[in-house]
Design a protein around this ligand. Structure first.
Ligand SMILES: *[C@@H]1O[C@H](CO)[C@@H](O)[C@H](O)[C@H]1NC(C)=O
Ligand SMILES: *[C@@H]1O[C@H](CO)[C@@H](O)[C@H](O)[C@H]1NC(C)=O
Ligand SMILES: *[C@@H]1O[C@H](CO)[C@@H](O)[C@H](O)[C@H]1NC(C)=O
Ligand SMILES: *[C@@H]1O[C@H](CO)[C@@H](O)[C@H](O)[C@H]1NC(C)=O
Length: 451
């Protein structure tokens, strides 16, 4: 998604504040039925015109959970990067051309991303981006999407791997601005700043919101809920909602595979993967401490099959780059093991791990059955496999994205996202989530909560 490395990057810092009088928590949240009732019309568009992302709201009919929160990278970014100084933005056509609005939104796809489909399965409206929503309580009660394209687990966390006597340790080498969180002005009701501080300037060019900072933003939202709804209601809302994490691929794309800072010589994939998994483990625990109890942890997709790497590694007939896929499979193995450990370690936690690699390989292998013509070529791009140059204009795109697996150099099409989301939800096409799918987790935990 980024081919230009030497770019002048400006650290833009815009602070947009909105304030609005509070509503009483009782009006908003019905604890006994575990459902949210919005007195004000949630389905109306945001009052602010600041958001270029159309807030779609498919009919909200008794959602299964109060909200869906999303943390991650371009696999689930729905517009946060539109507000950042970066080229990792999907804010122009043909991105979004097959989306509900037929407009670019910031989603790295021709249409919907997996969390759009999951929101619908959960009976929720599409989740707004953190930087794109108004900051009003009603806009966040059904969830917030903090994901930022180009973010990674360690890459972009303001840290860099460096050798030490104890093995791997982090050292703060990269540039990062001072974090500043949502401001609270109780006298005026509630005021929230839509800042995006602590953004890193990366050598490949561009800002993004790191995993750590996304979690801080989530915690900020939680504090906002506590202030306006009261602690008990806020805890109940967060703990019965779903938090979806999809991150890690950029630790490969922009860091390990590029051998940044000689990382390949210092760490074998095994050590690198261990470090990624243990960092994720700590972040999940941090989220647990903010009362999250239902996690969906996504594994990494087979980027060894992505058009960018097919072109770069000179694949002959579209066969995937095994050495890359081997590392990804190992990451998924470690992460699955780690989530399984946490499941037993953290009381009342529901954690499922969904192996996107497995689900995607099922699609690639059986592509004819799924209606895909092309497994190797991106729908939009230039060069061999359309993987040499990023997707930049409608003229670069194929007619029918639905018969393609890959939309651009790195990202799958809407059609693939739909299949993967259906697998996460109910294992519809293939078993991909462990120890159960999301539907089972939601229903089994609801039963426990009712007892
Ligand atoms: C809350 O939900 C319960 C069960 O569905 C219902 O009986 C009750 O009237 C609801 N309370 C409010 C304030 O809507
Ligand atoms: C909700 O929206 C409907 C239709 O747009 C409108 O008739 C109704 O008055 C609204 N209710 C509130 C509480 O704003
Ligand atoms: C990684 O980069 C270093 C220099 O930065 C180089 O010496 C080394 O050979 C590279 N490793 C691989 C596997 O390409
Ligand atoms: C696009 O491809 C899909 C999947 O192969 C197919 O079902 C559909 O008919 C195609 N649409 C057009 C307009 O060719």
């Amino acid at each position: 998604m980024l081919t230009t490395h030497l770019l002048a990057i400006f650290l833009i810092s815009a602070i947009v504040s909105h304030s609005k009088a509070l509503r009483f928590p009782q009006e908003l949240y019905n604890l006994s039925s575990n459902q949210i009732f919005i007195v004000d019309n949630l389905s109306r568009p945001p009052s602010s015109s600041a958001s270029p992302t159309p807030l779609l709201s498919p009919a909200v009919s008794s959602p299964l959970v109060p909200a869906l929160f999303i943390i991650g990278d371009s696999t689930v970014d729905c517009g946060n990067n539109n507000y950042l100084g970066t080229f990792a933005r999907a804010d122009r056509p043909p991105y979004g051309r097959d989306f509900d609005t037929h407009l670019p939104t910031g989603r790295f796809c021709n249409g919907r991303i997996p969390v759009d489909y999951l929101a619908l399965h959960l009976g929720l409206p599409f989740v707004p981006s953190y930087l794109g929503q108004t900051g009003e309580l009603e806009d966040m009660l059904h969830g917030v999407n903090y994901a930022s394209a180009a973010a990674g687990i360690i890459f972009s966390s303001g840290s860099e791997l460096s050798p030490s006597k104890d093995g791997i340790q982090q050292s703060g080498i990269r540039i990062s601005a001072v974090p500043c969180f949502g401001q609270m002005d109780i006298a005026k009701g509630y005021k929230r700043s839509q800042e995006f501080a602590a953004l890193q300037i990366q050598q490949f060019g561009g800002q993004h919101i790191s995993l750590t900072h996304q979690i801080q933003q989530f915690s900020d939202t939680y504090q906002q809920f506590v202030l306006s709804l009261g602690e008990d209601v806020a805890i109940d809302l967060i703990s019965s909602s779903v938090l979806y994490i999809s991150i890690g691929i950029n630790d490969y794309i922009h860091y390990y595979l590029r051998n940044v800072s000689n990382v390949q010589n210092l760490y074998l994939p095994w050590g690198f993967n261990q470090f990624l998994a243990s960092t994720m483990r700590q972040e999940i625990k941090n989220l647990y401490n903010t009362n999250v109890r239902r996690f969906v942890v996504m594994g990494l997709p087979p980027i060894g099959c992505a058009p960018y790497y097919l072109q770069r590694y000179k694949s002959n007939n579209g066969e995937c780059v095994e050495e890359i896929n081997d590392m990804i499979m190992e990451f998924n193995f470690f992460t699955r093991y780690m989530t399984d450990e946490l499941l037993h370690e953290l009381p009342d936690a529901g954690i499922i791990f969904c192996d996107v690699f497995q689900g995607s390989m099922d699609i690639i292998r059986n592509h004819k059955n799924y209606g895909f013509e092309s497994t190797a070529n991106a729908c939009c791009g230039l060069g061999k496999y359309n993987g040499w140059m990023m997707c930049m204009s409608p003229q670069m795109a194929c007619r029918n994205a639905s018969d393609h697996i890959w939309w651009d150099q790195f990202h799958p099409t809407d059609a693939v996202n739909a299949i993967l989301a259906d697998n996460v939800w109910s294992s519809r096409h293939t078993e991909m989530c462990y120890p159960m799918n999301l539907e089972k987790m939601v229903f089994s935990q609801s039963l426990n909560n009712l007892v």
